[in-house]
Write a protein that binds this ligand. Structure first.
Ligand code: PLP
Length: 385
């Protein structure tokens, strides 16, 4: 009865099943992978949110499928502050970055077409692609200095390849797409007539230094994806955006078609659009708090890792830590033991971490007391592994 595209929803894995069993018994489980900012204490005051969402204009729906001009102007200013000159006519509002992926897949791909994606990466892409009947072909990232760079030998396009995704900076690796990889992706996209999808949701969370958006790109077709979830710590508002960058002729054609996709859904509510400028303009304080929390969590994790035979991989940006386990420890066995000890974290294989070494992935948003308690559980699990 059901579409084959839903095949990914069948079955479960041993870790999810063990978690369900524990929670079914009513036993506590510390979530070391929780990256929801609200759960970690990063929230807008209710009065500020309420005021932002109830401004004048909430009674109307603007017919422009690209979104309210005031909201697009705010996204333009956001890009401009990050060094990119973008016209508001090249900005589309949508409900989230995840939705932005699905719109771009609709725009570029027929069923069965292919999109190249980095590996390791956030597993969300597999679901978004499956729902659009798009096939993913991974290209590998490998450690390079304190970051990760593209293994050029694995970046391969076939006759049905339509686009290449990069995540700047990567989740979970926390590595920016450096200049060498930008040039590589640009040349590759030109050679194979592909578009680049650049996911920049974590752009504003460098561990130190700054970052460069791709929204100002002129040479190759680029779609920059981001949204309030991460940029303004407001996932519940449901507002994201797409910036169409690249040569004028491409952008004109892409925008004309994207307008039909946006018009079919009109998915961003008027209150969310009206709130967007204020949330974008006022988020820097919360972001600073998040950057500090991530630095503190990372320092605590490093202090814990050494004596336990683990290593925290270098991180240039983002909210996530990747911890390499001691040689011989199996990540799934360890995490099953950790669930019994009372803590949940993600295994590296969930993100396509390289085979041959074992990793666990943790959220650096985790409040310090919870992180400390969770690490005690992980330590006990390590002794059993
Ligand atoms: C790299 C990356 N892109 C996109 C998303 C989804 O963002 P949104 O909440 O805007 O859909 C996530 C969520 O964690 C993510 O890690």
């Amino acid at each position: 009865m059901f579409s084959e595209r839903m095949a990914f929803a069948e079955g479960t894995n041993a870790l999810a099943a063990a978690r369900e069993r524990r929670q079914g018994k009513g036993l506590p489980l510390i979530d070391l992978a929780d990256s929801n900012p609200a759960n970690a204490g990063f929230v807008w005051p209710p009065a500020v949110l309420a005021a932002a969402l109830t401004g004048p204009g909430v009674q109307r729906q603007d017919p422009d499928p690209r979104g309210l001009p005031s909201a697009r102007e705010a996204v333009r200013a956001y890009c401009s502050e990050r060094g990119a000159t973008v016209g508001t006519d090249r900005i589309f509002l949508c409900a989230s970055t995840s939705e932005a992926y699905s719109w771009i897949f609709k725009l570029l791909c027929s069923p069965g077409d292919e999109v190249l994606v980095p590996e390791p990466a956030y597993p969300l892409l597999e679901v978004m692609a499956a729902l659009e009947c798009v096939t993913l072909r991974p290209y590998r990232l490998r450690p390079a200095g304190d970051g990760w760079s593209i293994d050029a030998a694995t970046l391969v396009a076939g006759p049905r390849t339509r686009a290449v995704v990069c995540v700047n900076p990567s989740n979970p690796l926390g590595a920016f797409v450096d200049e060498r990889d930008r040039v590589l992706l640009r040349d590759f996209a030109v050679r194979h007539s592909l578009a680049v999808l650049c996911d920049e949701v974590f752009l504003d969370y460098p561990a130190d230094g700054g970052a460069v958006t791709w929204a100002g790109e002129r040479q190759v077709p680029v779609f920059v994806l981001s949204g309030l979830s991460k940029v303004a710590l407001a996932p519940q508002v449901k507002a994201g955006w797409i910036v169409v960058a690249g040569p004028d002729d491409f952008a004109r054609q892409a925008c004309a078609r994207l307008e039909h996709v946006a018009d079919a859904f009109l998915s961003v509510s008027t209150p969310a659009q009206l709130a967007l400028p204020g949330l974008l303009a006022g988020a820097s304080g919360l972001r600073r708090e998040v950057i500090l929390r991530c630095a503190d969590s990372e320092a605590a994790l490093r202090r814990w890792a050494g004596p336990n035979g683990c290593a925290v991989l270098p991180r240039q940006a983002g909210w996530t830590a990747v911890v390499r386990l001691p040689p011989g420890v199996d990540e799934e066995r360890l995490l099953l033991a950790a669930i019994e000890e009372g803590a949940w974290a993600h295994p590296g294989f969930f993100y396509g971490m390289p085979a041959g070494s074992a990793h666990v992935v943790l959220s650096l948003l985790t409040p310090p007391d919870i992180l400390a308690q969770g690490l005690v559980c992980l330590e006990k699990a390590l002794r059993r592994a």
